[in-house]
Design a protein around this ligand. Structure first.
Ligand code: LFR
Length: 473
């Protein structure tokens, strides 16, 4: 069987997985996991990109030999290269606050409805567009010749080849939604240097050979859906088109798959985004807080027994207090339980008194946010949704899956938790000619080979509706 390595960098950790693939078979093995610990330097929150690269090299050495490798990561963040190809400074973390007021500044020059029409991308202060505008005039940006998104930067270090993979490039807010090319008019209007943006490559395109000096074996780097969410959605084991997905990790990305962007005023107001997917698909989705509030609460409590906490939370009364997890107040790192308590207090609800009650409040609130986003995705795109696929780490969270089914009033099909790595590997296997066919053929292999848990909706619609009103939905 042929082995393919998936490098998957997430906000809380990176890993290297090896998939062995042939028609009818798909085995997945984790060979290496490493921490991703952001560092605050002189007030700015950075990714420790060299530590991540070291983890990638260690993992790939342990993984080999493999036929090819593909790299995916979170979106929007980038490194800048100078004219010699050297990295200019550490990439800045999307949770850094330096862009907080930039969307409003840009909106004074380009009204938000115009910007949405020209990009199809949600308003998030961390979009690459806003990060680059925030950097305007800095010596670093003046010296920069190329901007590489994180997976493209790792690919460059592995192969020496420059490029911008399309699915991730679509999260920059600098692509033209109609053509999928760099939006040169917008780039000019923002006074950004057009040469910063490398030629685009599509998932499945070769990137280049990786020398044996680096890994101990020779292999090929291949472009995959390098935005982790693009790979995760390839890894959704859906049958037919009438599904919604929740790709649930640090974020929950909630939406539907379409073949064209939805650029209506209603979708702009609901802050839905159109991200490019594998095979010309469009991910019409909304960012929901995801597991971040839970992860950050565990960090603050100094606890890692999440399974125990979730079991305790399951015994707590449901919907006792709910908060709007989309509130920007929850975005930065810091004391999450205190912020949750403050939000409950401010909305006249009981403050969760124990960690279990706080976890219950977070999971109820997340299920509620999933409900709102699934319903909006369906309404705004005019499609039909018969089931919600939950993939990513959240698929292992029984309480969250059950409450999401209840909240949405739809069956939740949970798994695979490793959808991102699987989507990464499936695209490589197809590029190598080991697998054939469109996304539905790749997904059929997932249904054949991966366990899926079904949660039927139960619960009380009136209670969810009432909870929705409490968060102002
Ligand atoms: C998920 C993700 C989301 C993106 C966010 C920030 O890991 O890639 O899709 O909006 O991280 O980059």
């Amino acid at each position: 069987m042929t082995g393919f390595a998936a490098v998957d960098l997430g906000a809380s950790g990176g890993r290297v997985m090896v998939g062995r693939v042939e028609p009818g078979t798909l085995d997945l093995r984790q060979v290496c996991r490493f921490a991703n610990e952001p560092v605050r330097v002189a007030g700015t929150l950075h990714w420790d990109i060299l530590a991540l690269y070291r983890g990638v090299l260690t993992g790939l050495r342990a993984a080999g030999p493999v036929r090819s490798l593909g790299v995916d990561s979170w979106a929007v963040d980038y490194g800048l290269l100078d004219e010699t190809g050297a990295l200019l400074g550490n990439p800045v973390h999307y949770r850094d606050s330096r862009t907080d007021d930039v969307p409003a500044r840009v909106a004074r020059r380009i009204p938000e409805d115009r910007l949405y029409a020209r990009t199809g991308v949600q308003r998030q202060p961390f979009n690459t567009l806003y990060q680059l505008v925030a950097a305007a005039g800095t010596p670093q940006l003046r010296a920069a010749r190329r901007m590489l998104l994180v997976p493209d930067l790792i690919g460059y270090w592995l192969t020496g080849q420059i490029g911008a993979e399309l699915t991730n490039a679509s999260t920059t807010q600098l692509l033209d939604p109609a053509t999928g090319a760099w939006n040169t008019g917008l780039i000019r209007d923002l006074a950004l240097p057009p040469d910063l943006f490398p030629p685009l490559r599509a998932p499945g395109d070769p990137i280049g050979p990786v020398s044996a000096d680096l890994l101990g074996y020779r292999t090929e780097a291949v472009a995959v859906g390098s935005h982790d969410t693009a790979s995760a959605v390839v890894g959704v084991p859906a049958q037919g088109p009438d599904f919604a997905y929740v790709s649930c990790g640090t974020w929950s990305l909630v939406g539907v798959e379409r073949d064209a962007p939805v650029l209506t005023e209603a979708s702009r107001r609901a802050n839905f985004t159109n991200e490019r997917g594998v095979d010309g698909t469009v991910r019409f989705l909304r960012n929901v807080a995801g597991l971040w509030p839970l992860q950050e609460s565990l960090r603050v409590w100094g606890r890692d027994d999440v399974a125990t906490l979730l079991r305790e939370a399951a015994r707590e009364p449901g919907l006792a207090a709910v908060v709007d997890l989309d509130d920007p107040a929850f975005r930065p790192p810091g004391d999450m339980p205190a912020r949750i308590a403050a939000a409950c207090r401010a909305s006249g609800q009981p403050e969760p008194a124990t960690p279990a009650a706080t976890v219950r409040c977070i999971v109820d609130s997340l299920a509620l946010a999933h409900r709102r986003a699934v319903r909006q995705a369906q309404e705004l795109s005019g499609g039909q949704v018969n089931a919600v696929h939950m993939v990513g780490g959240g698929a292992r969270n029984e309480l969250l899956c059950r409450l999401t089914a209840d909240a949405c009033g739809l069956p939740v099909l949970a798994g695979p938790a490793e959808a991102t790595a699987l989507g990464n590997i499936l695209v490589q296997a197809r590029a190598a000619g080991v697998l054939h066919g469109d996304l539905s053929a790749l997904r059929a292999l997932l249904r054949q080979t991966r366990p899926i848990t079904r949660y039927e909706p139960g619960g009380d619609e009136a209670a969810w509706r009432c909870a929705e009103r409490r968060v102002g939905g």
